[in-house]
Write a protein that binds this ligand. Structure first.
Ligand code: IMP
Length: 200
């Protein structure tokens, strides 16, 4: 059986493939399907965007499909940038632009708590829709630490490790990140779906 990842972001594809490696599935990225258009992420929740991405890609490909949507929710900014994390510094901004804007906005703010949240959606051509969530609590640092990872990794220090995601190895980030938490909850749901398919 094949599992389609509804993302063209190679950083995410690598992380997701590693986390789901125990599944006996051929995991392929949507980049293989030039006919699948870019999904417009226009919902106002992570769940709405994740389901939309998984549904559209499953409909085009006729494959079991998993999508994730992630946001950084900063308490002092009333949960911003949240679902708009990709475009925090404006349309077509870079990861670095987003980090620099966040550091600037937070420069005089002492309460720096934040959460990374990922919602994963699994959609099958025969009507299954399942949703899981993973959360990591942390703080926004005052400058960048570490150059691993992507996005806001260098400025988010996870409470559980005292390190930013940028300072962690791929293995460390994979073992407890927001995305891996949401994906790990998806593993038994995928196994159950595969079992039912085998039996039918
Ligand atoms: P997406 O819509 O799920 O691709 O995520 C929105 C934005 O959140 C991305 O453009 C990144 O800036 C950021 N992001 C997503 N996942 C991560 C992560 O694991 N670490 C750091 N930043 C992330």
């Amino acid at each position: 059986m094949k599992l389609l990842l509804a993302t063209r972001n190679e950083d995410k594809v690598k992380e997701i493939k590693d986390i789901l490696a125990e599944l006996e599935l051929e995991i392929i990225s949507v980049s293989r399907f030039s006919e699948i258009p870019e999904v417009v992420e226009d919902r106002d929740t992570l769940k709405g965007n994740a389901i939309k991405k998984a549904k559209e890609c499953s409909e085009y490909s006729n494959l079991l499909t998993i999508a994730d949507d992630t946001g950084l929710f900063v308490d002092s900014l009333n949960g911003k940038p949240g679902v708009y994390s990709a475009r925090y510094a404006g349309e077509n901004c870079s990861y670095k632009d987003n980090r620099l804007k966040m550091l600037r906005v937070m420069s005089n703010i002492s309460v720096r708590s934040a959460q990374f949240r990922t919602v994963c959606a699994l959609v099958s051509p025969d009507g299954l829709i399942a949703v899981t969530e993973g959360i990591v609590e942390g703080i926004i640092t005052e400058k960048e630490y570490g150059d691993n990872g992507f996005g806001y990794d260098a400025i988010f220090r996870a409470n559980e490790t005292g390190k930013t995601f940028g300072e962690m190895t791929d293995k460390e980030k994979k073992s407890f990140s927001h995305r891996s938490r949401a994906l790990k909850k998806m593993i038994p749901i995928i196994k159950n779906y595969m079992r039912r398919k085998d039996e039918s």
